[in-house]
Design a protein around this ligand. Structure first.
Ligand code: NAP
Length: 547
């Protein structure tokens, strides 16, 4: 490995100021005493929660677990009002964190990182931004989100539409007045399912353009009970410990019961109870094999189908809403507030574009194969170029000037989802190949942040300035991720987990489906082994900055 001859301007550049970027700035600067500079495209902190301001936007994780755990006082002082935190409340929380730890002084806003190039002679990165900044840093840490590169499908005539159109992931900050408007929403993923019931209440008329029907469980949203929150706060250590070693990053006890070993009556009772209680307990708290065994899964899928038929009054609309082409949990599991009920409203029309696809967007609306819909507003709830899109829009170049985008052309390749061979000193928070989007994100973000800080501290202690994932370890990890995915329902749907929503994107399962507990254990083993699967190199110079 090359030895350092120059001293970089900074110890680390952090990209992004969402949960991941904020935590990383705090961790590197305040815990390791390093010089860290973050760049953020938005004009404030928040990441996902800065951009996604569509009506009804909120998180599917319960609020008491959708937060940081690194500071005990912070955990005690913040009070959530909603059971599921709404976008404005999460954004307030992240602003509070930024203020409380004085993080803004190391974040440059309104600045997008355009390129990061590894300087092999000096073991450092050269980072450039759209504002003309050029800095060098020993490490680059990406906190650029898994779902931040919005995707608007290239529908013929889109640019001819004379009304207003919005993507849910870049909603105007001042809001959109939909009163008296004829609105079309394209897409029924998480963003569509959350926004449709709220838009229905605001708009004069709502047309939902649905390609794939969804399974969704009632969230049973409400306010947070004070006694519950007090109880949580007095047991936070235990609760977090459980979440950190769980499958999904939630503090739930594993269920050791198969859906196939109970009577039909008992099974129905269990599903009914979970449905009434609401939220992801339907998945984590009912049976162990819903997501793993097709016959077990059929029982859950069929139960949800029966609920849709029960809730939606018009049988023809109900049938269009019933998913039959993919099993429950093969796409992102959803929870909702009044989603299916919304189709009972007089001002809501479901348009099945699976059977009569959109032909074009016209100046006045949307034309499908069998009808034309006059609209004032089109909402694209059409998702994201997930997991890799946020990387591909930065020109990241590693050894020999090789582009990460080219390396990942056949699907993302990263060891533990945190580092990629050929790209030394680049750490990806919740990158492809880590639990990330299959988990409660703050739990995974903190785990990655702690692990990355740990490596950097270790390098400092051992006088090393370069770390790189080994090719073989990476190849084996990517194969392992896909091996586990093959054992789940995930391979049985066209989902963004597999890149299926982006024309031409290779069909590769991207997140690690083995659970946050198993993943943490693997990372801990890698650490205990002196960073097995990585090569660390020494420099003749003192490592910079760490005090
Ligand atoms: P998404 O899950 O990818 O859903 C996109 C929707 O648009 C799907 O219904 C898709 O149909 C449809 N679509 C895409 N391209 C289309 C086209 N060309 N023509 C017609 N329909 C098209 O995107 P999302 O709803 O924004 O959610 C993405 C992820 O963000 C979620 O899965 C979740 O992880 C996260 N998220 C979380 C929350 C939360 O915590 N509550 C909220 C929002 C988002 P097909 O299914 O047929 O492809």
């Amino acid at each position: 490995m090359a030895t350092s001859t120059k001293t970089p301007d900074l110890d680390a550049v952090v990209i992004g100021a969402g949960f991941a970027g904020l935590y990383m700035v705090h961790s590197l600067r305040d815990e390791l005493g390093m010089s860290a500079q973050a760049y953020e495209a938005g004009d404030n902190v928040g990441g996902t929660w800065y951009w996604n301001r569509y009506p009804g936007a909120r998180c599917d994780s319960e609020s008491y677990m959708y937060c940081f755990s690194f500071d005990k006082a912070l955990m005690q002082e913040w009070n959530w009002s909603g059971k599921y935190p709404e976008q404005p409340e999460i954004l307030s929380y992240l602003n509070h964190v930024a203020d409380r730890f004085d993080l803004r002084k190391n974040i440059q806003f309104n600045t997008r990182v355009t390129s990061a190039k590894f300087d092999e002679a000096n073991n450092m990165w050269e980072v450039q931004t759209d504002k003309g900044d050029k800095v060098t840093a020993r490490f680059v840490v990406t906190g650029i989100g898994c779902l931040s590169a919005g995707q608007i499908p290239n529908i013929k005539g889109r640019e001819t539409f004379k009304g207003d159109s919005y993507h849910t992931g870049s909603w105007p900050h001042e809001g959109v007045n939909l009163a008296g408007k004829r609105v079309g929403v394209i897409g029924t993923g998480s963003s569509g399912v959350q926004s449709i019931p709220v838009i229905a209440q605001q708009a004069k008329q709502l047309f939902v353009f649905q390609r794939t029907p969804q399974y969704t469980i009632p969230a049973r949203h409400g306010t947070v009970d004070k006694a519950f929150l007090d109880d949580v706060k007095s047991n936070y250590d235990e609760i977090w410990d459980k979440a950190r070693h769980s499958t999904g990053g939630f503090p739930v006890d594993p269920i050791d019961r198969s859906a196939l070993e109970v009577s039909e009556e008992e099974r129905k009772d269990i599903y009914e109870t979970a449905w009434k209680e609401g939220g992801f307990k339907f998945v984590f708290g009912s049976f162990k094999d819903i997501a793993l065994d097709r016959r077990a899964n059929d029982t859950a899928s069929e139960f949800i189908r029966s609920k849709i038929r029960e809730i939606v009054k018009d049988p023809e609309t109900a049938e269009k809403l019933v998913p039959v082409d993919h099993p429950f949990t093969s796409k992102r599991a959803l929870i909702d507030t009044n989603y299916f009920d919304t189709y009972n409203r007089d001002n809501v029309t479901l348009v099945d574009i699976r059977h009569a696809p959109i032909e074009e967007i016209t100046p006045t609306g949307i034309k499908t194969e069998d009808a034309e819909y006059e609209l004032d507003v089109i909402v694209f709830a059409t998702g994201f170029d997930a997991m890799t899109g946020s990387y591909n829009r930065i020109d990241i170049r590693g050894r020999d000037g090789a582009a990460l985008k080219d390396k990942w052309a056949g699907g993302p390749k990263a060891y533990l989802g945190v580092a990629s061979a050929g790209f030394p000193n680049l750490f990806m928070i919740t990158g492809p190949g880590s639990p990330s989007v299959l988990s409660n994100m703050p739990v995974s973000i903190e785990q990655h942040g702690e692990w990355i800080s740990g490596v950097i501290e270790y390098m400092h202690e051992h006088g090393q300035t370069v770390i790189e994932a080994d090719q073989q370890a990476e190849t084996e990890w990517v194969a392992h991720v896909n091996e586990i995915a093959e054992q789940t329902m995930f391979m049985l749907a066209d989902s963004w987990y597999l890149g299926a929503n982006i024309p031409g994107k290779p069909r590769v399962f991207m997140p690690y489906p083995g659970g946050v507990g198993a993943y943490r254990q693997k990372c801990d083993e890698v650490t205990a082994g002196g960073y097995t699967g990585f090569t660390l190199g020494a420099s003749t110079r003192e490592p910079v900055g760490v005090s």
